[in-house]
Structure formats: C-alpha cells, structure tokens
Design a protein around this ligand. Structure first.
Ligand code: B12
Ligand code: SF4
Length: 475
C-alpha cells in the first residue's frame, strides 16, 4: 500500500513570522512513531512542510495528516484535495482531538487522542475494508510499541534530528494546557519502560539528544532510572521541567550527571493570583531564584518560558519579566501571549464569559491576542510582547545576562547559544538553503559541553527581587 504522511507547516513560509531555523529544529516525531505500525512492505512517503516543499501530485492509498491548531486550515486544504482524488484521508493530533466535528468534515476517519492504540486498530479495519469514521484512544501505554521509523526522517534537514519523547503527558493540570483535553478518557501521564527508552537512545547516532517530553522529571522514579542508565553513555541533552521538580530531592543533579546541559523551565508569571487562576498549584510558593541558582551551579543553561496577558498582568509586566530574566542569567526566553486553546479549561471559561474574539486558528500562535483582555488592552499586550523579545535579545542584555555566570566557560556558552539562536538569522538561512544544517550539530554539542563552575556556584542577582516570581508553564 502507498502511504503518504504529512506534517503541514505551523506557519506559512511566506509569513513575516516564518523563521526557517525555528521550524527546522525537530523532525515529525509523531508521524514517524505512527509509521512504525505500518508494514515493511508499505511504501511510505513522510513529508514535513517545515523543511521541504510538499509534493501533492500523487494519489496514495492512504494519507495520514497531523493537525495542530495553527496548521489546521492548511491540513484541511491538503486533506480535501487528496479526498477529491480518491485517496483515503485520516486526520489526527491535538487540534482534531480538541475539535473533532470541525475536522470530520475534511477526513474519512479522525483520531481522538494519542495514536499508539487506535492507529494499529484502524490499519486492521482498513485492510478489511471496514474503517470507522472515528477512533478514540482509550488504552494508554507505550509498552511494546515498535521502534520509531527514524529511517523515514531526512536527518540532514534538521538541526536537532535526535529529538526523542520517552513519556506522554504530564502529572499536572494547568488550565491553559493542551494536556488534559488531549489525554481525556485515559491516563494523562505515562512513561516508556526505562529499558525501552535507553534502547531508543542507544539507536541514536552522535551525542546530542533533545527530549521533547512535557515534563522529563515528572515521574521521579522513572527519571532517576533513566539518568542512571544514561550515565557513561557520553550524551549531552536538553529537556523540560517545572520549577518544583528542580527544587525537589536530587533528581536534577542526577540529570546533570547523565548529560543534561539545558532546560526549558516555565517561569511564566510573577503573580500568585495568576498562578491560582491557571490551576498551576504545583508551583505556588516556590522560589524561582533558588531553582535558577541550582541549575546554574550544575552548569545547566535555562530556557525560561513566560506568559503575558493573564488577568492580573499590568503594563509593567513586560519590563519586570525581561529584567528578571536578564538579571538571573536566563540563557534564552520564550515569551507567549496567553492563548486559550479549544478543549482547555481556559477556553471553556473564556467562552462562557464571552471573551473569545476569533476562531481564526492561524492567530492562535501565542503571538496574537485572541480573547478579551482584562488588565491590559490587546494593543498594549501585543506591543509589550514584541518589546520583550527585542529587549531581552538586545546585544546589551545578551552581554549583561551572560556575565551573570561565574565560570568563563558558562559565560561563553551562554553568549554563543543566545547570540546563535537570535542574532545570526541570515547565516542560518544560508546553512538551511545549502542543506548543511545537520553539519552544525558538533558545534551545538560543544556549546552544550560540561561546565565546571568556579567557586562551586553562581553569582546572585545584584538587587533583591521585588516580587518572587512563580512559574506558569506553557511548554
Ligand atoms: C516539537 C514541537 C514543536 C515543533 C513542531 C514541529 C514538529 N516537528 O513537531 C516547533 C518547534 C516548530 C513547535 C512550534 C510551536 N509550538 Co510546539 N511543540 C512541540 C512539542 C514539544 C513536541 C511535539 C512532539 O513531537 N510530540 C511527541 C509525539 C509523539 O506526539 P504527537 O506529535 O502529538 O503525535 C501523537 C499524537 O498526536 C497522534 N497523532 C498526531 N497526528 C496524528 C494523525 C493521525 C492520523 C493519527 C492516527 C494520530 C496522530 O499520534 C502521535 C503518537 O501518539 C509539543 C509538546 C508535546 N509534548 O507534544 C509542543 C506543542 C505541540 N507546541 C505547542 C505550541 C504552543 C507551539 C507554538 C505555538 C509555540 C510558539 N509560540 O513558539 C509554536 C507554533 C508556532 C506557530 N506558528 O504555530 C503546544 C500546542 C498547543 C496546542 N493546543 O496546539 C504544545 C502541545 C506544547 C504545549 N504543551 O503547550 N512546536
Ligand atoms: S503546562 Fe506544563 S506543567 Fe502544566 S500541565 Fe501542561 S505540561 Fe504540565
């Protein structure tokens, strides 16, 4: 059977918001995971519109499309075109799960939730010519799933071909997060067997890994065994965690010993009231600065995530947030405008209150205001968002923030990582055009090499914090 698998681009290449390097980071792991359930005889063509022009002139037997909120309209267009030609089209992913009725109009079958249980069921039905219109995931396990079809990934087109997910979901329940809606009807947090995760790591060439798990430290027992198993594997890796997990026990030290060199952390709001409204209980009363210092003392760089537009935010929130990041030596910052994704608690609350302003999903990219704001006008919110990016990534602040570290190596790493990510766009574009992105991996690996901090720790911020910030994670 001929199978076409497509990840439509999250942003159009013509859009001014298109940044080739951002969209050339990770391969389509979800589709490669599903491909593993197909038979070795199937002819599979896996295409990722982020890194290649889609070829749509074929007529495969089966078309599998992954739908996120901001690629939904593109996904529907592609689906409609293939259905017209007679291919059987199936749609799944986060947005289909949030809005099945919308997706149904563009598919022969749709999939609700993760696909590891439903996709193999569908394949049997499809073979027997009895496919159902809707498949809903109920069995949540990663035990016994076949190895991801990484052979289908065009490694040279990505900066981080070794992305990996060893868990699904997260133990927390933040009201703005996709997680509870996506995993409804079954377990919302589960892990691979440690041995399977280690075997998957072993199959990956090179040294660098990027764990895309929502919360790599979410199951302490699993994470501890994973890090134990990874010691001596000579890997460097990046991942994501919440502040409370960084502060608890000594898991973070174990992660550092196993090769953790940079961590995505949600520091998203400084307001306890915002945290409570977002059901981010796990991070209330936690000391951000302490978490930052702990990571820095282990030589771990930080990608801080911050949300603007929560109901308690005022016009000072942008400056406060940027200053805090710079003064605490945060390596990179990701700012988001609060976005109520359909299916989330936040969306339901806003819809009930009549606060949803548009259902143009293209605008649900965390860069546009799509709801009626409270403390700030929509204009001030968008303006402040862009100001924050510009200011945090000014050369002046990159220097200032880099020099927050004691060790010369950490200063250099911080400077190169931040500058490289935000200041060399034309160079990245050139490298991408010449398909040399994968050749940059050794450079990334060396930037992520181990730091031995002098004086056993990091410099504290010069001035005490006026407000102790609390995290709110959109990762
Ligand atoms: C990698 C990633 C990206 C990549 C996307 C490209 C890529 N190669 O995947 C990049 C870096 C480009 C990206 C960008 C953004 N991202 Co992102 N990203 C992720 C991340 C970390 C991992 C995705 C992944 O690989 N998951 C692992 C695989 C195994 O799961 P999966 O892809 O969901 O696939 C499974 C199922 O969905 C299902 N499935 C999927 N498709 C189909 C199809 C069929 C037919 C079937 C049967 C099943 C099926 O089966 C798979 C196996 O179970 C997720 C977080 C997460 N843990 O998922 C966030 C996430 C998807 N991103 C998110 C966001 C918010 C963004 C941004 C908007 C943020 C920003 N402002 O920068 C931007 C998009 C910008 C834009 N203009 O839209 C949100 C999405 C929220 C939502 N409701 O849509 C997530 C969930 C993070 C979060 N917790 O909030 N992202
Ligand atoms: S925002 Fe982060 S911590 Fe909260 S539920 Fe989602 S993944 Fe978990």
């Amino acid at each position: 059977m001929k199978v076409k698998m497509i990840l439509p681009a999250l942003t159009e290449a013509e859009s001014p918001l298109w940044r080739p390097i951002k969209y050339s980071l990770f391969p389509p792991l979800g589709l490669a995971t599903l491909a593993a359930f197909l038979s070795p005889e199937d002819e599979i063509d896996l295409q990722d519109q982020h890194v290649e022009a889609l070829r749509l002139d074929d007529t495969p037997d089966l078309v599998v499309i992954q739908v996120y909120i901001t690629n939904a309209f593109r996904a529907y267009g592609i689906a409609d075109a293939y259905r017209k030609k007679g291919s059987y089209v199936i749609l799944g992913g986060l947005h289909v799960t949030s809005l099945p009725h919308e997706a149904m109009a563009h598919a022969d079958s749709i999939f609700i939730g993760p696909g590891e249980d439903t996709f193999p069921q569908f394949l049997v039905d499809f073979k027997n010519r009895t496919p159902k219109p809707v498949y809903t995931s109920t069995v949540r396990t990663l035990v016994g799933i076949p190895p991801i079809r990484r052979d289908l990934i065009k490694r040279n087109l990505y900066l981080v071909p070794n992305s990996i997910v060893v868990t699904r979901g997260c133990p927390h329940h933040c009201s703005f997060c996709y997680k509870d809606a996506f995993f409804e009807g079954g377990r919302t947090f589960y892990t691979q067997l440690v041995d399977d995760a280690l075997a998957e790591i072993d199959r990956l060439p090179g040294r660098h890994l990027y764990f895309l798990d929502d919360h790599l430290l979410g199951n302490a027992k699993f994470a501890e065994s994973l890090f134990e198993g990874m010691r001596g594997m000579n890997r460097v890796f990046q991942g994501a965690s919440t502040v409370d997990a960084i502060l608890r026990g000594n898991l973070i030290e174990k992660a550092a010993e196993a090769g953790l060199r940079s961590l995505f952390v949600g520091f998203e709001t400084f307001s306890p009231e915002n945290l409570k409204q977002s059901n981010k209980k796990q991070n209330l009363e936690k000391d951000y600065a302490k978490a930052v210092n702990r990571l820095h003392s282990l030589g771990i760089m930080i990608n801080g995530s911050f949300v603007f537009g929560l109901d308690e935010d005022d016009s000072d929130v942008f400056k406060r947030t940027v200053d805090w990041g710079v003064n605490h030596g945060i390596t990179t910052s990701t700012y988001h405008i609060l976005t109520p994704y359909p299916g989330t608690e936040l969306y339901k609350n806003m819809e009930t209150a009549g606060r949803i302003l548009t259902r143009n999903w293209d605008r649900y990219d965390t860069r546009h205001v799509v709801y009626k704001t409270m403390g700030l006008s929509a204009e001030a919110l968008e303006k402040g968002y862009w100001w924050a990016y510009e200011t945090f990534y000014s050369w002046k602040n990159i220097f200032k923030s880099s020099f927050r570290h004691d060790s010369v190596k950490h200063i250099a790493k911080h400077f190169l990582y931040t500058g490289g990510w935000k200041k060399f766009e034309p160079l990245w574009n050139f490298i991408i055009k010449t398909e040399g992105l994968n050749a940059m991996l050794p450079l990334l690996e060396s930037i992520l090499s181990k730091v031995k901090p002098r004086n056993g720790g990091e410099r504290q911020p010069d001035r005490p914090e006026l407000i102790r910030p609390e995290p709110l994670t959109l990762h």
